[in-house]
Each structure stands twice: as structure tokens, then as C-alpha cells.
Design a protein around this ligand. Structure first.
Ligand code: ZN
Ligand code: ZN
Length: 352
């Protein structure tokens, strides 16, 4: 077989098209991965719309939550100091490659590398039957985790894993998770794994029910209850993880902190974040941002434990599955309440 199916963005803002493309040849240091599952991240929707200042060049194949099997290796890969072999099951994440030599790369902050390439954005991604990957950035997936479960952990998982790490959550600390969506339902689990007491905040009861199911100790419906007051009654929270892209939610997250608390901003509201410096100073609260990459190892190093942890600790990862043809619809913002809470597309259902 020399051809494959791929979901292609033909032009920014246009519906995805399923096209027949030639299966790419792996170049030096690359591997060809037969995809099994791919998560659908909101970043893919931004990419397809061309929402961000640096735009992808259509036609391109989105997808940076891909899991598959290495089928071929290019020259220089799979031998000597190289790390990936035919048959390895690997994750294709947002960071497709980085230079490996600059100051950012050598200090574990590869996502700041000016020479980085991003899967499904600047290089074709995982919405296809096959994808190329730089073997150094194709992270192995533990045997115990299915491809279906591993896919959303490849971006949503590593993002929330890092938020909990950056916050430095200590056992017994109260952690507020503001927004129980595709990321938040994973943040609840990572926070619980490190021993946090979790307060989940959302505006939908169904999501709060899920948070309880996943181990949240307290839930607050911000539509009917003021979360700042409700959390204040508990004594405040030590860590707030802001995952809902609304300035109001950020404000609530910030104001729910105890003195010395830490706010970790993960979502990116279009209007910016409201935590003004004066307020931070007066209340001695710290502000961390997702883009503050202070904690080596880099994303590849974080992806390994992010993949391992939920499984080893009995975590659950609710997802909705869609067959590839359904990707033909126009990229759009997911409607509230659906899906529950992460959508995946599978090209190889038999092996999942
Ligand atoms: Zn993503
Ligand atoms: Zn670099």
C-alpha cells in the first residue's frame, strides 16, 4: 500500500476533507508511525481556523495527540544512539521536534526553542493513517495503557500534569480545579494522585458529578453558588488551577486562594488574565503561567510520567470515540456539555 487516508485542512476555516495521500517516507532520524488513535484538542480547531498569529500553511494534517506503532525507520534512526525501533508504540505530541542545542533545549525548556516544529501545525500531524515523527520526540507508551487512553494524555494529560507539578502541590493541600472539561477532569485526577484535596468548580452539574466520580472532595456550581465564598468557608485553597477560558473564572480562582496560595493559569482567555500585581502583592499569592517553563525535565520527560500515573493509580479518562469520516464536519467550538470530555478518532480499532 502506498496511499493512506488523511483528514486534511484544505484552507483555513474550511471543513476537514478526507483525502488520499501518499504514505510519507521517513527521512534521516525520522520514523513512520501507523496511527491507532488520536485525540482532538482545541488547538487543532484553532489551527484549522487560523486563529493564532503564526498560522499553519494549508493544506495540512492536524493532530498532536497521536498514538501508533513505528512501522519504518529512516536512515540513522533505530540504530546506534538512536532510540526508536520498528514495533515500538509511541506518542506523537505537540512538540514535534526542537533543535536540542540551544539554551532552552539544554535546560529542559524545549517548548521555547525558536527552531521547534509542532505536530499538526508546522508539520503534518496524527489525523491520518500514517504520520512521520522525529524519533527523539516520539515518546514510548507504557504497555499497560491502551492507545485509546494514552492519546488524550499526550496533550491534555501532560498539560495538566505540568500544572500540578508547577504548583508544587503537597499532600493535604487544597487544590481548586476551575473548569472540569477536557483538561480539568484530568487535573482532578493528577491533583488527587499527589495527595491534594480537590475542590472542583464548574457551571454544569454533569461535569461536577464526573469530578466527584473521579475523586473530587468538594464541588461548587459557580452558576448557582459564589465559589469564592463557598471555598472561603472551607478556609480557602492552597492552589488554584485555572482551566476555563473566561476572565471571570480566573478572577474567582485567584480570589479563592489562601495567603501564600499559588495560581496556575492554563487556559488562555482572549481578554487576558485579571490577577493584577497589586492584588498579588497584598495577598502574597503567586502567579504561575503555563508558559513559564521553570521545571526541567522538558515536555518529553513530563510525558512519560503523565502517561503512567493515571493508570498506576486507578485513574479514569472519560472519552468519546468518533470514526474518522465524522471529522468531515466544519471545525467548531464543542457545544457545552458534550462530549464527556475528550474526543478521539481511531484509525485502527482492532488493536485498541
Ligand atoms: Zn493540544
Ligand atoms: Zn532549541
Amino acid at each position: 500500500m502506498t496511499m493512506m487516508k488523511a483528514a486534511v485542512v484544505p484552507a483555513l476555516g474550511s471543513p476537514l476533507e478526507i483525502r488520499e495521500l501518499a504514505i510519507p517516507d521517513p527521512g534521516p532520524g525520522q520514523v513512520l508511525v501507523r496511527m491507532q488513535a488520536s485525540g482532538i484538542c482545541h488547538t487543532d480547531i484553532h489551527a484549522a481556523r487560523g486563529d493564532w498569529p503564526v498560522k499553519p500553511n494549508p493544506p495540512f494534517v492536524p493532530g498532536h495527540e497521536g498514538i501508533g506503532i513505528v512501522e519504518r525507520v529512516g536512515a540513522g534512526a533505530g540504530a546506534g544512539a538512536a532510540v526508536r525501533q520498528v514495533g515500538d508504540r509511541v506518542a506523537i505530541a505537540w512538540l514535534g521536534s526542537a533543535c536540542g542545542r540551544c539554551g532552552y533545549c539544554v535546560s529542559g525548556r524545549e517548548t521555547l526553542c525558536l527552531a521547534q516544529r509542532n505536530s499538526g501545525y508546522s508539520v503534518d500531524g496524527a489525523y491520518a493513517e500514517y504520520a512521520l515523527a522525529d524519533e527523539r520526540f516520539a515518546v514510548p507508551v507504557p504497555d499497560a495503557v491502551s492507545s485509546f487512553d494514552a492519546a488524550p494524555l499526550t496533550c491534555a494529560g501532560v498539560t495538566t500534569f505540568k500544572a500540578i507539578k508547577v504548583a508544587g502541590v503537597q499532600p493535604g493541600e487544597r487544590v481548586g480545579v476551575f473548569g472540569v472539561g477536557g483538561l480539568g477532569h484530568l487535573a482532578v485526577q493528577y491533583a488527587r494522585i499527589v495527595g491534594g484535596i480537590v475542590v472542583a468548580v464548574d457551571v454544569e452539574d454533569a461535569k461536577l458529578d464526573l469530578a466527584t466520580e473521579l475523586g473530587a472532595d468538594y464541588v461548587v456550581n459557580a452558576r448557582t453558588t459564589d465559589p469564592v465564598a463557598a471555598i472561603g468557608d472551607l478556609g480557602g485553597i492552597d492552589v488554584a488551577v485555572a482551566l476555563a477560558a473566561t476572565p471571570g473564572s480566573f478572577e474567582q480562582a485567584f480570589r479563592s486562594l489562601r495567603r501564600g496560595g499559588r495560581l496556575v493559569c492554563v487556559a488562555l482567555p482572549a481578554d487576558g488574565t485579571p490577577a493584577d500585581p497589586d492584588l498579588r502583592y497584598r495577598h502574597r499569592r503567586d502567579l504561575h503561567h503555563r508558559l513559564d517553563r521553570r521545571h526541567p525535565p522538558g515536555p518529553r520527560g513530563r510525558l512519560r510520567p503523565a502517561l503512567r500515573w493515571p493508570h498506576s493509580c486507578g485513574g479514569r479518562r472519560p472519552q468519546a470515540r468518533r470514526d474518522q469520516p465524522e471529522l468531515r464536519r466544519r471545525p467548531r467550538r464543542p457545544s457545552p456539555g458534550t462530549p464527556r470530555h475528550r474526543v478521539l478518532t481511531c484509525t485502527d480499532g482492532a488493536s485498541l
